[in-house]
Design a protein around this ligand. Structure first.
Ligand code: MG
Length: 388
């Protein structure tokens, strides 16, 4: 492993403050160095919140050790998009995005979309949300008002109300402007039983919900549209890169799209490629479902501006977070019908079949545009920290 100019001091770990350092961790992780001094240290880094393998090991080694024992329908230990308790879908998520306003969205829109979408991904229909605000002394009331208005509009778009919440203030310097905790409940989607009965026309499926562990060889993988938009939009707003093309976040509630998809049926799993992007999502499916996933690079939609920004910054678009996309695993007999209904929806009009599950191998691999195959490893974390 060559030494890098920007290599952090592993003997004296500290908080990470740039995506470049996180990139270093990813490189270290791929060379098997991540479980060295850094993981042994007693310090939380930005990588622990970046949605990749570093965060996964924090959750498994610490959170699940103490809190993972509940015996409910879909428990915390499943590490899926949401939990299910007595048929009620339940989800909580916190938002720390920096900056709080960015092209195509803001922290308020993200908080609504993220929670609504996670409830949908498991086969739920979101009913109501709870929003907890932690404000920093000094935040302007006009900024807070702008965030609340954006939340109201996003709730109207999704058709899901906020029914409870909480407001706290911390002293100046204790956090950056605002942090939002967003929780939500949902009921079983009215079309989920129909969806799973369509699956069972063609193969076995014991699961009652759309879980990460449901994918089987032969299932087709659909992606609802372009990847990387959200992460690149936030990064460019934060760093002021001034890319030629203005890239807007894709943050959007997906409940109308997923309702339409379930009405067609044949879907076994759904997940939103948020932190850690498509690479993290597919590796979670591969690991939990014990299948390989083979992608076709040429079928993965990427905006030209996002592609060139990634090339310029040395980022892998597969690892960048999205906030308005869904990936679905569908039985092959129903895939064209699901795709057709997705393309009629504004947030799914660029949907593509990007690959399929296989038993030929047990990793995520991609057939590249030049004809080779490359392994897509689980990212250590999203290369752009604090995107949500
Ligand atoms: Mg999710």
């Amino acid at each position: 492993m060559p030494r890098l100019d920007n290599e952090p001091d592993l003997e004296h770990p500290r908080m990470f403050d740039s995506s470049r350092e996180l990139l270093y961790i990813q490189i270290s992780d791929r060379y098997g160095l991540i479980r060295g001094p850094r993981m042994a240290s007693d310090i939380i880094t930005l990588a622990h919140g970046a949605g990749g393998s570093v965060m996964q090991s924090l959750i498994k080694q610490y959170v699940l050790k103490h809190l993972g024992g509940a015996n409910v329908e879909v428990p915390l230990a499943a590490l899926d998009d949401a939990a299910v308790v007595d048929g009620i879908v339940f989800k909580s998520d916190s938002y720390t995005v920096k900056p709080i306003f960015f092209p195509g969205g803001d922290i308020g829109r993200l908080a609504i979309c993220g929670t609504v979408n996670d409830i949908c991904m498991i086969g739920g229909e979101p009913l109501a949300l709870a929003e907890g605000f932690i404000l920093e002394e000094g935040l302007s009331l006009s900024d807070f008002d702008r965030i609340l208005l954006s939340m109201r509009k996003t709730c109207d778009e999704a058709g899901v109300p906020i029914v409870t919440g909480d407001t706290k203030v911390m002293e100046r310097g204790a956090l950056e402007k605002i942090v939002i905790n967003s929780s939500g409940i949902g009921k079983r989607n009215a079309s989920l039983d129909h969806d799973l009965s369509e699956v069972r026309q063609y193969r076995n499926c014991d699961s009652q919900w759309l879980l990460d562990s449901n994918v089987r060889k032969g299932d087709k993988i659909i992606l609802s549209g372009t990847i990387g938009d959200h992460g690149i939009s936030v990064l460019s707003a934060r760093e002021g890169y001034g890319f030629e093309t203005r890239i807007e976040s894709d943050a959007a509630p997906l409940n109308h799209l997923t309702n339409d998809m379930l009405r067609v049926g044949g879907i076994v799993a759904m997940k939103d490629p948020t932190r850690g992007g498509l690479a993290n999502l597919l590796n979670e499916w591969s690991e939990k479902s014990h299948v390989g996933i083979l992608l076709r690079e040429q079928n993965i939609p990427i905006k030209e501006g996002v592609r060139s920004a990634c090339e310029m910054l040395g980022l892998d678009v597969m690892e960048i977070g999205n906030e308005g996309k869904v990936v679905a695993a569908v039985v092959p007999e129903k895939v064209e019908d699901v795709l057709a209904v997705m393309r009629r929806c504004s947030v799914g009009k660029e949907a593509m079949i990007i690959g399929e599950a296989t038993s030929e191998f047990y990793v995520v691999a991609m057939e590249t545009v030049v004809g080779g195959r490359r392994i897509i490893p689980p990212p250590a974390g999203d290369p752009v920290p604090r995107i949500c």
